[in-house]
Design a protein around this ligand. Structure first.
Ligand code: FAD
Ligand code: NAP
Length: 331
């Protein structure tokens, strides 16, 4: 266990905003995690920092999870929480194991994936999650949870709700497929178009993986070049009647009917319609190609980005009557 004091978290988060942390404890085993939690049961947990906005200095301890290792038994893959998510996806694709390929190039760690049930291009991690091992912050006991315990939903889970301060995720298991008739997910428009452009009529899981990597590299802002934490807000899901009423007024509004009868609305479109796309104030801004992504052009502080987010939410409510829920974890 390594403890450091007065550490700037800017290099540890993809927003790259300056925030001094009193105490940063790096743990590399579950035993070290248990020792750290014994001293600091309320500590915040830091993975890859790709879904966090620090709005001021961070008072109180932060535990940086660096538990590493990936193993497999047949098609069951077990990955430790500190492993890179994209590294895990690549590892699985290289072994012909299908299930996670649409989730390639999502930044961050394996341990954070169940938190908001990460998803992209029509697939969410719960589609193949087989179990989540957690450490209880109070008892330091390791508990194996089933996916059904975790209440995975659209960019949410129990870990993000009532279990937020109860458990630390230490490892995640995925049941993947090496079956010859494994069905790849290519329904999402960008994926279908990319595969068509590559003349790939019967895509393998590696083809889908490579298509997703190419789309993301082309379309999404790379935190190495410009600070961001991906989508700042969740896409709102509304009643079908509300969506229909809005479409009467805004026929071009993109809507996606859900299996439970509700309708998902593209938040990026709502924000764009309010004139925010490409907006910049000092170094805090809205990405010029993806209005759902707030960016740090260099020296923005977290409070400026949060203030911008608040103003965006207000304007979307005023124009469309839809409250946008923040997806990023605000510290
Ligand atoms: P962190 O940012 O370190 O932490 C996020 C939250 O989880 C914090 O509250 C933290 O305390 C908690 N946490 C982290 N690890 C643990 C643990 N082991 N146990 C308990 N709590 C923990 N997300 C998507 O869903 N789909 C996408 O396509 C996507 N694309 C993105 C693209 C870009 C360019 C960026 C910057 C982000 C994107 N994201 C996406 C968001 C982000 O990558 C994911 O939410 C990711 O899972 C965060 O992982 P992390 O390790 O960086 O978590
Ligand atoms: P996009 O393809 O431009 O689509 C815009 C929005 O419309 C997406 O948010 C998506 O919702 C929705 N959508 C598009 N096609 C859909 C379909 N066939 N069925 C259901 N919903 C559909 O999105 P993008 O910005 O380039 O991102 C591509 C993918 O990466 C998306 O899945 C997105 O969620 C994911 N991503 C997530 C983050 C993050 O931080 N959470 C950041 C970057 C990218 P969904 O978001 O529900 O898919």
């Amino acid at each position: 266990m390594h403890t450091a004091h007065n550490v700037d978290l800017a290099p540890h988060t993809t927003f790259g905003v300056r925030a001094l942390c009193d105490t940063l404890v790096t743990v590399r085993s579950t035993q070290e995690l248990a020792e750290a939690l014994e001293s600091y049961p309320e500590a915040r947990i830091l993975g890859g920092g790709s879904n966090i906005l620090c709005t001021s200095d961070v008072h109180g301890p932060v535990i940086h999870l660096r538990l590493m290792g990936v193993t497999k038994t047949d098609t069951l893959v077990t990955a430790q929480a500190g492993e890179s998510w994209h590294g895990l996806v690549t590892w699985c694709v290289e072994r012909g194991l299908g299930g996670l390929e649409n989730l390639a190039l999502i930044p961050g760690t394996v341990g954070a994936a169940p938190m908001q049930n990460i998803g992209a291009y029509g697939v969410e991690q719960d589609a193949c999650c087989a179990g989540v091992t957690v450490m209880d912050r109070r008892t330091r006991e390791l508990i194996r949870l089933l996916p059904t315990d975790c209440a995975f939903g659209y960019r949410t889970s129990r870990f993000k709700q009532e279990w937020r301060n109860r458990y630390v995720i230490t490892e995640v298991q995925y049941r993947l497929s090496n079956a010859p008739d494994y069905h790849v997910h290519t329904e999402y428009r960008d994926v279908a178009e990319e595969l068509a452009a590559r003349h790939c009529s019967q895509p393998s899981l590696r083809d889908v993986y490579e298509a997703v990597v190419a789309i993301r590299q082309r379309k999404l802002p790379d935190p190495a070049s410009i600070g961001n934490a991906g989508s700042f807000f969740k896409n709102p899901v509304v009643l079908a009647s509300q969506a229909a009423a809005l479409r009467d007024v805004h026929p071009q509004m993109p809507t996606y009917p859900q299996s439970d009868g509700t309708v998902k609305i593209a938040a990026a479109w709502l924000i764009d319609q309010c004139g925010w796309k490409g907006y910049r104030e000092h170094d805090a801004g809205v990405h010029d190609r993806q209005a759902l992504v707030l960016v740090n052009h260099g020296t923005a502080v977290g409070a400026e980005i949060l203030d911008l987010a608040n103003r965006i939410q207000q304007s979307v409510v005023e124009r469309f009557g839809i409250p946008l829920e923040t997806e990023v974890n605000v510290w």
